[in-house]
Write a new protein. Structure first.
Length: 60
């Protein structure tokens, strides 16, 4: 399966199942400020690393 085909199928899945996905989505605004997930810096580090790598590789 080509990557483009996979992306298109995923987009189609999201379009067709938008309401179901939204039903299971947790908005960060709805979480308490002391929530462990919010306090975890791991995702911030991953994001920074990805942005830095893309910038260093000339993709940004």
């Amino acid at each position: 399966m080509e990557k483009t085909d996979t992306v298109e199928k995923f987009k189609k899945y999201l379009r067709e199942n938008r309401e179901k996905v939204l039903e299971h989505t947790v908005r960060i605004e709805d979480l308490p400020a002391d929530d462990e997930w919010i306090q975890d810096d791991e995702w911030d580090e991953i994001y920074k690393r990805e942005v830095t790598e893309k910038h260093d590789n000339g993709r940004l």
